[in-house]
Design a protein around this ligand. Sequence first.
Ligand SMILES: [Zn+2]
Length: 439
Amino acid sequence: MSTSMPFQTIGAQWALLPDGWHQNICIELDQSGTIVGLNSLGDQQTDIVLEVTVPGMINVHSHAFQRRLLGRTQRFGKPNDDFWSWRTAMYADVDRLTPQDQLEVSSSLFQELVNHGYTTVCEFHYAHGVQDKNSAEIPFLMSEAVINASQSVGIRLLLLPVLYQLGGFGERPPSREQRSFVMETEVFLGLMDHLKEIYPDNPLVSFGYAPHSLRAVEYDAIAALLEHREQTFPDSPVHIHVSEQVREVNESVLGRGTTPIDWLFSNFSPDDKWCFIHATHATKGELKKIVQAQVTIGLCPTTEGDLGDGTFPHAEFLAAGGHLAIGSDSNVCVAPTEELRLIDYQARMASRKRNAFKLDGSVGSGTYLYQTALEGGRRASGLAVGRIEVGSKADLVELTQNHPLTTGKSPDEILNTFVYGGTKELIDRVVINGSIVNR
Ligand SMILES: [Zn+2]
């Protein structure tokens, strides 16, 4: 993490503001890394001048430890290899994970995320360690390892400690392989209390709640979690995996009499603080409820592709007023641009049209998708991020105009180049909370 003082003024030759591209902007920051002024850049000196400046991307769904599986779960022996067989391989890995491993894999992943243009990560943290069920010590050390990793890199973190208790629908007990995820409700609530006590008002660390999925928690546990949230971290985000797999949806219908998303709406009141992860197999009726309730959907296209989950109806959902965010999930891929690219290409292939989102041509589709994911990420993280505006955090990505792919292009063309054909080579500097963090 940068130990230098955060910048007080940042010049931007071009900046993507919520209402579009602006030239020669002076961004003023306060001591906490918050933007307090946006003016046109005249002759005044600024601490630094960035080229094409866009808000850093928000990664709304990551399981850091799964980065370790990359390359080891890409060999297939059985024709029906699927999500569930991948899960077995993941279980074998997580069972051995220690707090030191968690620190190492998270530090290295978070640096990669930053280098690729993510400035916030929402870590859906369920690798609590193989533990004594009556003690919060190991789970705390595992959470602390994720926090220490984020602090060493300088990435903004929303830590979502996960409540996981069951092996499947119908109150199936957890299997031995699931033991490192499992936590009694009281231990989980103690962990949340402890985190609040140890990390009050850290500018880069905040907390939210994550019932793992309806496969893994029952009504009483979710109710206890939400009640604790009201008391301890009111209005904090709630993230949950839903309807990723057809089998999961079918088991929910068998076990609970309805599909997972319908069940959530019947029993709780998901609102704009909630983020449903995947929702791949949401029905049309469920999507309507999601739009009405202003719940954000966290899509993880490269992981969903890697696991053969299925595709989400992106274009229809956005046209209906839905909110989408992106996540790297299993971290098979760490580039936000690849998530966005895949969303557009799936939509184009499904519609057999290039303008899958029926855009009016005012900005390129890369810019449109980038801004859509920023707004979704802002909602899902509950943080003042994803916008260059007064009151938001100075989390910025600088795209260079001096690369063979970008010279002579407009800022909009440069962002489109980044989304459709770019790599981190197009990123010059990444600023989080007013300090440079990429290496
Ligand atoms: Zn996940």
